[in-house]
Design a protein around this ligand. Structure first.
Ligand code: C5P
Length: 283
């Protein structure tokens, strides 16, 4: 019985993370969000006032090496937000701990979004982040086991891990048993990200309203200029993809042996089940 690695790469907001988490739950595998480590590195830079990455790369590498990052993937957690339950599939929650502090929300904020591709373009920083990623993936991997089926026959159940990012199939796990390149049209990706942000804002506004008894304008009624438009998000995604595709070190590429899935007009269930089926076919 051998372990099984699934690499899911693709451009920003193509649905890699939610798909990877649902696939991991479906197969009983662990999950690692490789982008979250670059986001943690970016947060470390922002918090220590490093804005010019190229001239402070060594300082940041030092900070990364001194920090601990942990990814808590909670397949059985009841904390999954209701909007993450799509049809029959549940997308399990994932929490990112940086030096034991839960930074899951902070690393998704606009200042991190704007800076992360710059941080990820430095070869030395990538090397530091990669060793964290590999160690986390190893620890997250579920173990293969042998079970008896109903007829008493011994059956092998592989364990494994799903990891998503930009260079998983090309650099981190070039021998992954299954490589997926997940893509969608630029507009579909921007609209999905915008929807996601809006439902989060609505959720926060409802929460704030139920706590707030003052006369202040509830978050939902604040001027929309505070929030990015679909066009703003499309531009930000485009800039990040451009940087990720054109950088010198492990740029975003379709691995030669990857299965390309364009999910622009697929349902979430369709893509999750098609990836899980591809994996089962290769086990
Ligand atoms: O996946 P996510 O959008 O959170 O990734 C944030 C950024 O981290 C990407 O835009 C990219 O610059 C970098 N990244 C990377 N290699 C990975 C994962 C993420 O360079 N494997």
């Amino acid at each position: 019985v051998r372990n099984f690695t699934i690499a899911i790469d693709g451009p920003a907001a193509s649905g890699k993370s939610s798909t990877a988490r649902a696939v991991a739950l479906e197969l009983g595998f662990g999950y690692i969000d490789s982008g979250s480590i670059y986001r943690c590195a970016t947060l470390l830079a922002l918090r220590s006032g490093i804005t010019d990455i190229s001239s402070h790369a060594n300082q940041l590498i030092d900070l990364i090496n001194k920090s601990s990052v942990d990814i808590k993937f909670q397949p059985s957690s009841s904390r999954s937000a209701p909007n993450l339950i799509t049809g029959r599939l549940t997308v399990p929650d994932v929490r990112i701990l940086l030096n034991d502090e839960d930074v899951s929300d902070e690393i998704r904020k606009p200042d991190v979004n704007r800076m992360v591709a710059k941080v990820a373009s430095d070869g030395g920083i990538r090397a530091a982040v990669m060793s964290v990623q590999r160690a986390l993936a190893k620890a997250a991997e579920t173990r293969s086991t042998e079970m008896r089926d109903k007829k008493g026959a011994v059956k092998s159940v592989p364990g494994g891990v799903v990891m998503d990012g930009r260079d998983i199939g090309t650099t981190i796990f070039p021998n992954a048993e299954l490589k997926i390149y997940l893509d969608a049209s630029a507009m579909a990706r921007a609209i999905r990200r915008w929807d996601e942000m809006n439902s989060k804002l609505k959720e926060e506004a409802t929460k704030a309203k139920s706590l707030d008894t003052s006369d202040a304008a509830p978050a939902a009624e604040r001027t929309p200029t505070e929030y990015p438009s679909v066009e703003d998000i499309a531009r930000e995604l485009e800039e990040r993809d451009y940087a990720d595709i054109n950088r010198q070190h492990s740029p975003l590429r379709i691995a030669t042996d990857a299965v390309v899935i364009d999910n622009t007009s697929m349902t979430f269930e369709q893509q999750v089940y098609s990836i899980a089926d591809l994996a089962r076919d290769r086990m």
